[in-house]
Design a protein around this ligand. Structure first.
Ligand SMILES: Cc1cc2nc3c(=O)[nH]c(=O)nc-3n(C[C@H](O)[C@H](O)[C@H](O)COP(=O)(O)OP(=O)(O)OC[C@H]3O[C@@H](n4cnc5c(N)ncnc54)[C@H](O)[C@@H]3O)c2cc1C
Length: 403
């Protein structure tokens, strides 16, 4: 029976970060992915300074990524071009890195560190009573000191572990494709916050153009489940509306591939148990305010590996506590915020306020991107804690009156 220290299910950013960190410290690591090497992931490919910071921590060379200096926020007729905030904690730049290449760079680093990668291999947790003792994969049972579920949006593994999303918490859906554009080398991400569907309902979410610097731009739209009529929302037509909307400003060509949609999980019933932890999307770690999940995958993966290396037996419990200390309060505020903006009048009023002046828009960027430096929180930090307190009071009403 093959045996390893860590068995990682899923070779996306979260699984790869876990493997890189653990293998570099000498642990034996096996990573299983049901997809082939070089698989693509439906994504906007956008990396905030927070994500670039995590990649730097993993010593991943970003030479191949397109350097991004900030965000252009568009709300109605208001347009604000914002530089990324400068904090002591995060680098002053972001990036766009198409997932096929980003994910390949990460798994290559894991392999170089000594992790064993197994492609086209579905893995499922193997139990001894209620304890996960390894994985069943490719006809073998692999025993492991700890199993890391890095399986992305919940599916079979999450059901087996009891780690599905919490039914009454919000989640997101987003769709993307690529287009050619003369502005493919722009240095700003662009986000349009005032999206309307074909019936003119305002959509809590945004349309994006993320220039990849290689002749193409990632174009997409995302929406939160808190909007009225969410189940009837047609993402393909929303993307077409957005594509038409930016025709003059970006001169986008036709879609280079069929637009594809996927889920953005924002909660998980459990993210640890005896012998296992969940990282990244599998743990519901997506920022509800901007849909960012790559960074949270990288950070949670590194944390899981570090704790396992310190003490394998107590790692799952400590992981749950520490990942909670790092993210729970922010993510809870984000989920409450998504109920708030599910109400169209509040969304419209809030957007006017959020981009009202350049300085307020800078605070909005910091808060929504979770780019507040906890050591020097400044105005954005104070806004975030005030929002946290106010939203906590309003939360029961917002949930009861959800659109
Ligand atoms: C349209 C869209 C746009 C987005 N844009 C952005 C963005 O611009 N920036 C950002 O930061 N985030 C973005 N996100 C979120 C981001 O894509 C995810 O948060 C991120 O991919 C999570 O990484 P992960 O490693 O947790 O999971 P994934 O990247 O989903 O990887 C999971 C892996 O697990 C494998 N797997 C699953 N089950 C098994 C199994 N049983 N056995 C073996 N393998 C298995 C899958 O094949 C897959 O390779 C976007 C999401 C969507 C849908």
């Amino acid at each position: 029976m093959p045996s390893v220290d860590l068995a990682v299910i899923g070779a996306g950013p979260a699984g790869a970060a876990t493997a890189i960190r653990a293998a570099r410290s000498g642990a034996t690591v096996a990573v299983f992915d049901k997809a082939p090497y070089g698989r693509d992931k439906v994504c906007g490919d956008g990396l905030t300074p927070r994500a670039v910071g995590a990649l730097n921590e993993l010593k991943i060379d970003l030479e191949d990524a397109h350097h991004i200096e900030g965000l252009r926020m568009i709300a109605g007729k208001t347009e604000r071009e914002l530089a990324w905030p400068s904090t002591s904690r995060f680098p002053p730049h972001g990036a766009v890195w198409p997932r096929r290449r980003l994910d390949a760079a990460l798994v290559d680093a894991a392999e170089q560190a000594g992790a064993r990668l197994m492609w086209n291999t579905e893995a499922l947790p193997a139990f001894d009573g209620d304890r996960v003792v390894g994985v069943d994969a490719g006809g073998d049972r692999w025993t492991a000191g700890m199993v890391v579920a890095a399986t992305g949006a919940p599916g079979k593994v999450a059901r087996m572990l009891g780690a599905e999303r919490i039914a009454d918490e919000p989640f997101g859906l987003a769709i993307r494709s690529y287009v050619e554009s003369p502005r493919h080398a722009d240095r700003h991400l662009e986000a349009c916050l005032t999206m309307r569907d074909a019936n003119s309902n305002s959509v809590p979410g945004y349309g994006w153009l993320f220039p990849a610097g290689d002749g193409t731009v990632n174009i997409g739209v995302g929406a939160l489940s808190t909007m009225k009529g969410f189940k009837r929302l047609n993402l393909n037509s929303l993307l077409d509306i957005y594509h038409a909307q930016v025709r003059e400003s970006w001169a986008p060509g036709p879609y280079l591939e069929r637009p594809r949609a996927w889920r953005l999980p924002m909660s998980a019933r459990q993210r640890h148990g005896r012998g296992w932890v969940a990282v990244g999307d599998a743990a519901g770690l997506i920022n509800p305010m901007n849909g960012e999940g790559i960074d949270y995958g990288l950070e949670s993966g590194m944390l899981a590996a570090d704790l396992f290396l310190q003490n394998a037996a107590s790692a799952p419990e400590r992981y749950d506590r520490l990942v909670g200390e790092r993210f729970d309060s922010f993510l809870r505020t984000g989920r409450r915020f998504s109920f708030l903006i599910g109400h169209p009048p509040i969304l419209s009023m809030g957007l006017k306020l959020a981009v009202g002046t350049q300085s307020i828009a800078n605070i909005t960027l910091k808060v929504m991107g979770n780019l507040v430096d906890s050591e020097t929180p400044g105005t954005a930090g104070r806004v975030l804690s005030a929002a946290d307190r106010l939203l906590a009071i309003a939360d029961p009403i917002l949930r009861r009156t959800r659109a």
